[in-house]
Design a protein around this ligand. Structure first.
Ligand code: PGA
Length: 254
């Protein structure tokens, strides 16, 4: 089984709930989200914690919202206590899996070698990775943003062309801090990422992530080379998440 989804909407708004969300909250969220459906030209996805994947798949079964996981282990089954297999994610109804999020790189120590294995296991088992890349503040201040991104993107060097892939540019200093990159920084960095992707033979959409909120979403989504958002904090409430979806839809065109 290989993931190769070519026909799909280009713009995606994905909600990463991180380590948040109880069953009752998920039920309420899905109920509230349904009051404000996404316009047809925008894809919407949610990445709740593992414990909510099966119930969320059920809750979303009649809705046009894709399900994703926040992480995956690089083996299919066996003695890996506490880990989640790509087969389990498929079984739970996931389409996406986030790989390389800065919280996993920085807190759990995940590096390129493991990230490459996770990408391969995702592709080989029908999951579409959302690969996150982004620089720390000191790296940006030292003029190292592009070299950091190039090094993080090097995990794609051996990936087959045409594999299902979404990229997310998330400056680490903008995640959960209320700071966002300026439109000029976003435009410049997305241009660099698209350039690197095409050098590596991949034409995929690139999301922006890092304190995306209803009041800045339209401005960020209007930057050239931005085709959606990976939203953390503001995805926990259905109304703010919906407002981001609507803002993105207004600038993405039909
Ligand atoms: P944030 O998180 O929107 O809370 O900054 C984004 C992310 O980590 O994907």
């Amino acid at each position: 089984m290989s993931a190769n989804y070519t026909s799909r909407k280009r713009h995606l708004i994905a909600g990463n709930w991180k380590m948040n969300g109880m069953l009752q909250e998920a039920e309420q969220f899905v109920h509230d989200l349904a009051e404000n459906p996404a316009p047809d030209h925008i894809e919407v996805a949610l990445m709740p914690p593992f414990t909510l994947l099966h119930p969320m798949a059920e809750l979303l079964s009649e809705k046009d919202v894709r399900l994703g996981a926040q992480s995956v282990y690089c083996e299919l089954k066996g003695a890996f206590t506490g880990s989640i297999s790509p087969l389990m994610l498929r079984d739970a109804g996931c389409h996406y899996v986030i790989i390389g999020h800065s919280e996993r790189r920085d807190i759990m120590g995940e590096a390129n070698e493991l990230i490459s294995k996770k990408l391969n296991v995702a592709w080989n088992n029908g999951l579409e990775p959302i690969l996150c890349v982004g620089e720390h503040l000191e790296e940006r201040q030292d003029g190292e943003t592009n070299s950091v991104l190039r090094q993080q993107l090097s995990v794609l060097e051996d990936a087959a062309q045409g594999v299902a892939l979404t990229l997310a540019y998330e400056p680490v200093w903008a995640i959960g801090t209320g700071l966002t990159a300026t439109p000029a920084q976003v435009t410049e960095t997305h241009a660099f990422i698209h350039e690197e992707l095409s050098r590596l033979g991949h034409d995929c959409r690139v999301l922006y992530g890092g304190s995306v909120k209803p009041d800045n979403a339209a401005e960020l989504m209007a930057c050239p080379g931005v085709e959606g958002a990976l939203v953390g904090g503001a995805s926990l409430q259905a109304d703010s998440f919906s407002n981001i979806v609507q803002a993105a839809a207004s600038v993405a065109g039909a």
